[in-house]
Design a protein around this ligand. Structure first.
Ligand code: RIB
Ligand code: CA
Length: 317
């Protein structure tokens, strides 16, 4: 049987507790995913902290060979909104942080994206968006032809069947930079969306967190500590049985798409709404006649998702 070729990915991120788990998840699957670089953006916490956190997380996995390019420090149009109330002042509440052992790569994340996607073979690079989409939106605006190099944009974004988590209709990544989300959804790139509709079905219950914490490796301990802190705030706010595990759903989709289900639909972004800015307007029943521009996922086999996450994290230091 031919060895399955590894998928080349860029992770664009605002670490962020769940981002950190997503990055570790991807690094644990190095037989399947070739993480070309991490690009950082302002979101959960300001850019200097999301960039520092990305370097720290790579150190946890002994993967400081992977370059981290800092990107946009603010949204395209809106003022920056951050989420320290969820992720803590550092952005990685729940664990003690040592200073990163390596520095950032030279150059801006947008220029890295333009260079890498512009030179890539057609449809060869998967861009994982797990924060506000500012970096990719700027890259696509500066150099629209880079869309050619994109295999898929797989993003944690939006809400349709589920209410928003920042306003009644808006999910954080889209709410922070709705104009950037509109650029990405209008780019023609193949898009797969893991919205709150799905992530709210992937709850970090006590049993699931315990299995990760008791793996016996550093990564499992760190993820357990992060989840215990992360879940607390989500349970308090949403009263669920655990915290929804948002960003790792993107990595799980890359590794095991059969765990997820959804449908192709047209998605547009509200950028002018007095009460609805940041809403992902999903034409789930095809009533508008607008062509589908995304695969919108609204279900996940949560037990298998956590089993995959746990088995993959087991391979880390
Ligand atoms: O709404 C959840 C998303 O917002 C996740 O990516 C989380 O890290 C925050 O960025
Ligand atoms: Ca994130």
């Amino acid at each position: 049987m031919l060895a399955e070729s590894r998928r080349t990915i860029i992770i664009d991120t605002d670490p962020g507790q769940d981002d950190a788990i997503a990055i570790l998840f991807a690094l644990g699957a190095k037989d399947k995913l070739d993480v070309r670089a991490i690009t950082t953006v302002a979101g959960n916490v300001p850019l200097d902290l999301t960039s520092r956190n990305a370097l720290i997380v790579l150190g946890w996995a002994n993967r400081t060979d992977i370059p981290v390019y800092a990107g946009c420090s603010r949204p395209l149009v809106c003022d920056l909104v951050t989420a320290e109330d969820f992720h803590g002042k550092t952005g990685l509440d729940g664990v003690a942080l040592d200073e990163p052992t390596v520095g950032l790569a030279d150059g801006h994340a947008v220029d890295f994206m333009i260079r890498t996607l512009g030179r890539a073979a057609e449809k060869s690079v998967t861009v994982c968006l797990i924060g506000p989409m500012t970096n990719l939106a700027v890259a696509l605006t500066k150099e629209p032809t880079i869309v050619r190099g994109i295999k898929e944009v797989v993003m944690m974004a939006g809400a349709f069947h589920t209410r928003g988590n920042v306003t009644p209709v808006a999910e954080f990544n889209v709410y922070v930079d709705p104009h950037a989300a509109a650029v990405v959804f209008g780019s023609g790139a193949p898009i797969v969306v893991l919205p709150l509709d799905t992530t709210h079905k992937a709850l970090s219950t006590k049993a699931r967190v315990t299995r990760l914490s008791e793996l016996g490796n550093r990564a499992g301990k760190l993820i357990g500590a992060i989840l215990n802190s992360h879940a607390q705030r989500e349970i308090e706010k949403f009263g669920a049985q655990g915290g929804p595990l948002h960003d790792p759903c993107v990595i799980a989709y890359l590794l095991a798409p059969w765990l997820f289900s959804g449908r192709n639909a047209n998605v547009v972004i509200e950028t002018q709404g007095e009460f609805t800015t940041g809403e992902t307007v999903v034409d789930w029943y095809g009533t508008t006649g607008r062509p589908a521009n995304a695969f919108w996922i609204n279900d996940v086999d949560a037990d298998s998702f956590y089993a995959l996450l746990t088995e993959t994290v087991r391979r880390l230091p």
